[in-house]
Design a protein around this ligand. Sequence first.
Ligand SMILES: *Cc1c(COP(=O)(O)O)cnc(C)c1O
Length: 220
Amino acid sequence: MTQLVRAIVDTRALRRNLETVRRLAPHSRVMAVVKANAYGHGLVPTALALADADGFAVARLEEGTALRRAGLRHPILLLEGVLDEAQLNEAAHQDFDLVVHTGDQIELLARYRGAYRFRVWVKLDTGMNRLGFRLEEFGEAWARITGLASVAPGPRVMTHLANADDRADPKTDRQLAAFRQAVAGLAVETSIANSAGILGWPESHGDWVRPGLLLYGIVP
Ligand SMILES: *Cc1c(COP(=O)(O)O)cnc(C)c1O
């Protein structure tokens, strides 16, 4: 026999949690992270409930497509970027923002011949992550990306905090210092904080915060 498990999701709670994020990070725009089926809450219903967010972040193209099909016109950021030309063309078609974290992704953008201009979020590896340009690679990657005809003016710079849920971990301060050093002198919008950053590290808020857990009522 099959057991049916039902979860009831309170969309008012989702909206209240978004308001809490805005109170905690009053100077930042909110990119609601709805990857992994909105942490199991249902991608489309969750995003519709969070329509007051300034944008949505998903891991993959198909998730972004589902949001567009549901009628959401927000900026939608693909956290893993795209892997090939077909995906890049589709991202243009659907007007998705792209994380760029590898040289291969820069090459894909360099070969793009369409008229679309991609909004790019350059991912910096400030220490503890697997993904992103290392500090010593960043200057060259930045120069290349900002020189590409396929990239819209004003790419953003982002990083991910590895262990911000531990206020005592000195790594987060080192990551923040590395980030500041990389963007020093650049007039760019920044995005650093996940939920733990939003709660524990006000100096990490930047122009865009990226809460996942907090939106679902989980305090990291
Ligand atoms: C998953 C994810 C987040 C959200 O993290 P939480 O800890 O759930 O708030 C933010 N940024 C990136 C790049 C992510 O992959």
